[in-house]
Write a protein that binds this ligand. Structure first.
Ligand code: NCD
Length: 311
């Protein structure tokens, strides 16, 4: 097992090697006991995490807050820029510089691609991208991979269907890039034609050994996969709401279609209507486990970055 983690910032999963991913997953499993037993330790005692959330968030923000607290530190920040001086016209750069003075690491979510990368260039503390527009969501990918490893046993040899909004969904962009670092993985890309995986990600995949296939229906692939990774249609990113209304509800997973299948259902959440409520009480439901796994994985990320980069 690799004993160093090379990255100072977590901006894009494309900056990761397989070893970097394995390092974080391994650290996360060591921290799982603390996370699951709802205890705290003193690994990051006295450390402060800055949370700059310019876009809405429930799981990502709460799990980062829980993670820093379980490690003995604390978090400060805002959840919508209306409650910060950004609403008075302060620049993102000035806001980030101010956070840098208070905190040991920054977590940033913004509707524009590239904002966390920009901030990582102007502050000295580690910067974590918690979602930048329709770009990347690397820490979600790490917890997705952790869930797959725990539930299926391995990421190598995986057959996975990414379903829904592959165009605007940042979680599936990062996840596709990450899966291409593993061996013998097959991805089915299931979406309406309007929401296909961006060409830029397909070009990335073409440069690797990963096998992928674009399809427009779930029925043709459901017997062949270990994981159905379902995503929400990203309403807020449609320039024209009428286009969203036409596609809304395009794919719905329900209990009946899963019966007898040997697979798990994942979803980064929030779900709208793409997984029926009757799946919740079945063995297929791993989306709440996945959400809970955010805590040990984000604990591993914070512990690694903050310890490796003391102020
Ligand atoms: C996702 C996101 O923000 O990209 N949510 C999350 O972080 N778990 C998915 C989504 O909003 O659909």
């Amino acid at each position: 097992m690799i004993s160093i983690f090379r990255l100072k910032n977590i901006i894009s999963i494309k900056d990761f090697e397989r070893e970097d991913i394995e390092y974080i997953l391994n650290e996360a499993s060591k921290l799982e006991n603390i996370a699951k037993s709802k205890e705290t330790c003193e690994e990051l005692k006295g450390k402060i995490l800055g949370l700059m959330f310019f876009e809405p968030s429930t799981r990502t923000k709460l799990s980062f807050e829980t993670a820093i607290k379980r490690l003995g530190g604390d978090g400060i920040g805002f959840e919508n820029s209306g409650s910060s001086s950004v609403s008075k016209g302060e620049s993102i750069a000035d806001t980030a510089k101010m956070f840098e003075g208070y905190c040991d690491a920054l977590v940033i979510r913004h509707e524009l691609e590239g904002v966390s990368k920009f901030i990582s260039g102007i502050v000295d503390v580690p910067v974590i991208n918690a979602g930048d527009g329709a770009g990347q969501h690397p820490t979600q990918t790490l917890l997705d991979l952790y869930t797959i490893k725990n539930e299926i046993g391995s990421i190598d040899n995986l057959k996975i269907a990414l379903i829904g909004d592959l165009k605007f969904g940042r979680t599936v962009h990062s996840l596709s890039n990450a899966l291409s670092l593993f061996n013998n993985v097959k991805i089915y890309l299931v979406s309406p034609k309007e929401l296909k995986m961006p060409q830029e990600i397909l070009i990335d995949l073409n440069k690797t050994n990963i096998e992928y296939e674009e399809v427009d229906n779930i029925e043709s692939i459901i017997d062949d996969v270990d994981v159905l990774y379902v995503t929400r249609i990203q309403k807020e990113r449609f320039p024209d709401i009428d286009d969203y209304m036409k596609i809304k509800g395009a794919y719905v997973i329900n209990k009946k279609m899963l019966e007898g299948k040997d697979l798990i259902v994942m979803h980064p959440l929030p779900r709208i209507d793409e997984i029926a409520g009757d799946v919740d009480d079945t063995k297929y439901n791993k989306y709440f486990t996945q959400a809970a796994n955010a805590v040990p994985v984000r604990m591993a990320i914070l512990k690694t970055l903050i310890k490796n980069n003391p102020k």
